[in-house]
Design a protein around this ligand. Structure first.
Ligand code: GLP
Length: 240
């Protein structure tokens, strides 16, 4: 059973998780972070800024969860751009040690295996930050994803494309495919920290934490993890 922490608001959640991550990095300058995009983890990245001042970050490594396929890496909404803008630059991480799955068509077939191998070679992810989609996806593992899946190309659901259309000019500009760490990849991280805020996430959170283990709600995979923490506000916890 995941540990559930219900907090007053996003800022408190961000501070709590950021304190924990800063502690990890202080005790191990080679910490390997699993980075998530979406709006949910932003308060964590924001709170980390003040907590990492003066800390040696030159050896901190990071692996993003996912990326759109076929998007120009320089597009402002590519996850590589988002991670650079929201995490690498404001925190002052070493950009050469922060990786995002490669969503460009060249070599994508083998890229998933290479990405998982790179995570293994780095010693595995110490702490994986996760948000959750309204359909229960984690990373971009949409309903139907195998619990043992590795990093691979997936098709985005209509609902996810609609949810993410707010970051693009129109839904037609939202890519149809993505490359995402698999549920099996995510489960290999040593600690999972899933955050969720707002009523729109309540059903997904309840399914992930208390629902049956089911590929139709990929977030329920966290129940298989021995060290998972779920940090939610009251609205997101309202169906627990
Ligand atoms: C996106 C990302 C996920 C994220 C989810 C929720 O599609 N691929 O990693 O958790 O959607 O997004 P948000 O945090 O903006 O609600």
């Amino acid at each position: 059973m995941a540990e559930i922490v219900i907090v007053q608001d996003k800022a408190v959640a961000g501070a709590l998780v950021a304190d924990h991550i800063a502690g990890l990095i202080r005790s191990n300058p080679e910490t390997v972070l699993g980075l998530a995009t979406g709006s949910t983890p932003l308060p964590v990245y924001e709170a980390l800024r003040s907590r990492l001042e003066g800390v040696d970050l030159s050896r901190v490594r990071g692996f993003a969860l996912d990326e759109y396929v076929g998007i120009d890496p320089a597009h402002p909404e590519s996850y590589r751009s988002v991670i650079t803008r929201e995490v690498v630059e404001p925190l002052g991480l070493n950009p050469s040690l922060i990786r995002t799955p490669d969503g460009t068509p060249e070599g994508i077939e083998h890229h998933g295996e290479e990405y998982d191998a790179a995570i293994r070679d780095a010693g595995g992810i110490d702490l994986q930050i996760l948000g959750i989609g309204t359909d229960g996806h984690i990373g971009f593992n949409e309903p139907g994803s195998s619990f043992s899946s590795i990093t691979r190309v997936k098709t985005l659901t209509e609902q996810t494309r609609r949810d993410n259309a707010r970051f693009f000019d129109s839904i037609d500009d939202v890519p149809m495919h993505c490359i995402t760490q698999g549920l099996g990849t995510i489960l290999r991280a040593r600690h999972l920290v899933l955050l969720a805020f707002g009523e729109g996430k309540a059903a997904a959170v309840a399914g992930a934490v208390e629902g049956p283990l089911s590929a139709s709600l990929p977030g329920s995979a966290i129940q298989l993890h021995p060290h998972a923490t779920v940090v939610v506000d009251e609205a997101a916890a309202s169906q627990l």
